[in-house]
Design a protein around this ligand. Sequence first.
Ligand SMILES: CC(C)(COP(=O)(O)OP(=O)(O)OC[C@H]1O[C@@H](n2cnc3c(N)ncnc32)[C@H](O)[C@@H]1OP(=O)(O)O)[C@@H](O)C(=O)NCCC(=O)NCCS
Length: 322
Amino acid sequence: MSRLEVLPFDESHLPDAGRLLAARHRRHRAAEPHLPARFEDPVTCSTEVAAVLGGTDVSGAVALRDGRVVGYLLGAPKPGPDWGRNVWVESAGLAVEEAEDARDLYAAAAARWAEEGRTAHYVLVPAHDEALVSAWFRLAFGHQHTHAVREVPAGPAGTPPHVRVRRAARGDVAALARLDLELPAHQALAPTFSAAPTGTYEEALAEWEDDVDDPDFATFVAEHEGRVVGSAVGCRLERSGSHAGPARPDGAGFLGFAAVLPGARGLGAGRALGEAVLDWSRSEGHACVVTDWRATNLLSSRAWPALGFRPSYLRLHRLLGH
Ligand SMILES: CC(C)(COP(=O)(O)OP(=O)(O)OC[C@H]1O[C@@H](n2cnc3c(N)ncnc32)[C@H](O)[C@@H]1OP(=O)(O)O)[C@@H](O)C(=O)NCCC(=O)NCCS
């Protein structure tokens, strides 16, 4: 194989990047047909890559073999305190013909990211592409987060006799506020160790007082022995900023939140709540439902695949300097 040449990415590379991304996405859709069909089109893809390139502090690299573009990588920092001094490669930020070339592209692009003091790196990779995931593992990245999708069910699933699921009402705001704190509390523990801010009960209560009737969100509660022990929220996927571009299935519902009180976990309440959101999505006319979870969350990483969710993208993460 001839030698790989790696150069900084610029606007002249957009048509080739579009061609490569469309080819990557065609392979991805063969494995996961719910991903959006329009990104099989190179022109749509080059417009998407142009939008990435137009962002703030974007940089990256392009790989050529015999003068032909065979891969590209584009990353940009995400604002806010949650992700450290970071660079993210989003779903339209990477495509290669040969998985191994991703390593050379990263080496070229990451040199600048490190010089800029950006030491927390994140990349979204098609979940079906074992060779590409393996290439990133050999760059010391690990699996941090999973994006997943499944079709809506044909009809409602029966709930277990000891759990009752219903739409939330204004009288549930105190229970909903308490349950909001359970997700960050759980993910602050081993082995997730997330440092995401937890917020207070009072803040959560004030939000629920305002939002409990919001028609854009379908909120469900699960009762066990007459007490609310869990909640889940469904909405249109467009309400989520973390599923975009080639990673956003068209017309999808979204399981955006679920939590069950620690003492009531493992009884089937989480399954019943997830199924309520699946059924709501069906009744809203969605074809599929998306959710996502931390790979290190021992509860959701088992509960959502058990409900039939299939990984579509993996978010891989590396912290430099250790
Ligand atoms: C995730 C969560 C909502 C699931 O609720 P739950 O009531 O504990 O879940 P269930 O008892 O309904 O179990 C759901 C499925 O996960 C499976 N599961 C649960 N624990 C498991 C384990 N240790 N190993 C394998 N599978 C497991 C169950 O078997 C079940 O599948 P099944 O019905 O096919 O058997 C709940 O554990 C929770 O609140 N976790 C903390 C907050 C959180 O992580 N929220 C999700 C954010 S993405």
